[in-house]
Design a protein around this ligand. Structure first.
Ligand SMILES: NC(=O)c1ccc[n+]([C@@H]2O[C@H](COP(=O)([O-])OP(=O)(O)OC[C@H]3O[C@@H](n4cnc5c(N)ncnc54)[C@H](O)[C@@H]3O)[C@@H](O)[C@H]2O)c1
Length: 274
């Protein structure tokens, strides 16, 4: 997809962070933007601040019916959808076996099923349009590498990456391009997204320290605006991989080497050189 002016984008998780950055970039490209999130108040404030034709649709991506309603709304408002960002996501931490099952279900229903719902309700209609289009699913560096105390997040993000790669193969002969956004730390509110969940309340001091380390890294991360610019460059080039922090690659190489040499995995905290 090369032309953005006048085209229509749908952004989930648009009320904050990376989604907000993507929505702002869409507006700067002259696109019309459908803003979707559970946080309707922030969506309205964002819509009022954007120099673009916007439409706000309160949507919980974990609910298939609400994502279907979002698709109906988008086509009803603007008659087309050209760029879809399946971006909404949340984070909780804790030992794999201790995280309450309802927290596992909560995060996977948003981070994984939210993307599945987006594809299920948007791809058939985007295919029927027959015009150049693009889908960007937000995974993470956690989609490529596991880390302790992050199991539900990592499991969801690795599944999203597998899904997105599959989608790329499946849509190869169509006018729909597919990209996987795998950000490193981006300065957003995600570290707080699970703060009211039971899993967080049950953390040990050691687990809290590790999460504080992660949270500090996120708060000093790349700006959502810079992240959005990288995403749009990838969409223009029809590039699958969208990385914000290339310096993770030696660590990823180590993982590949572990596989090649049947070596046991040893966790090595990935840190970003700013
Ligand atoms: N910030 C990072 O460092 C980072 C790194 C890698 C990947 N990501 C991914 O980026 C995506 C965006 O996260 P962010 O960092 O901008 O965090 P954020 O918390 O700033 O934004 C996430 C948005 O998703 C919304 N949301 C939460 N649950 C929802 C639901 N059920 N339905 C619809 N919207 C919902 C929230 O209200 C919020 O506005 C997520 O998928 C996240 O996993 C973030």
């Amino acid at each position: 997809m090369q032309e953005f002016k006048g085209k229509v984008a749908v952004v989930t998780g648009a009320a904050s962070g990376i989604g907000e950055g993507l929505a702002r970039h869409c507006a700067s490209e002259g696109m019309r933007v459908v803003l979707a999130d559970i946080n309707e108040q922030s969506l309205q404030a964002l819509a009022e601040s954007l120099p673009a034709e916007t439409a706000v649709c309160k949507t919980d991506v974990s609910d298939s019916e609400q994502v279907k309603a979002l698709a109906d709304f988008a086509w009803g408002q603007f008659g087309q959808v050209d760029l879809l960002f399946n971006n909404a996501g949340v984070l909780i931490s804790g030992a794999s076996w201790e995280i309450p099952l309802k927290d596992w279900q909560w995060i996977l229903n948003i981070n994984l099923m939210g993307v599945v719902h987006g594809l299920h309700h948007f791809v058939p209609r985007m295919l029927a349009q027959g015009t150049p289009a693009h889908i960007v699913n937000t995974s993470s560096l956690a989609g490529l590498m596991a880390a302790p105390l992050m199991a539900p997040y990592t499991v969801g993000k690795q599944a999203v990456l597998a899904l997105t790669e599959t989608l790329r193969y499946e849509l190869a002969e169509t006018p729909i391009g597919v990209s996987a956004l795998c950000p490193g730390p981006i300065a957003t509110g995600i570290a707080d997204s699970g703060k009211d969940r039971e899993a967080q309340a049950a953390q040990t001091d050691g687990q809290k320290q590790l999460m504080q380390f992660l949270s500090d890294g996120i708060s000093q991360g790349m700006s959502p605006a810079d992240c959005a610019a990288l995403v749009f460059a990838a969409v223009r080039e029809d590039r699958f991989w969208v990385f914000t922090h290339e310096d993770f690659k030696p660590e990823y190489q180590r993982r590949i080497d572990d596989v090649m040499h049947n070596r046991n995995p040893a966790y090595n905290q990935y840190t970003v050189d700013e």
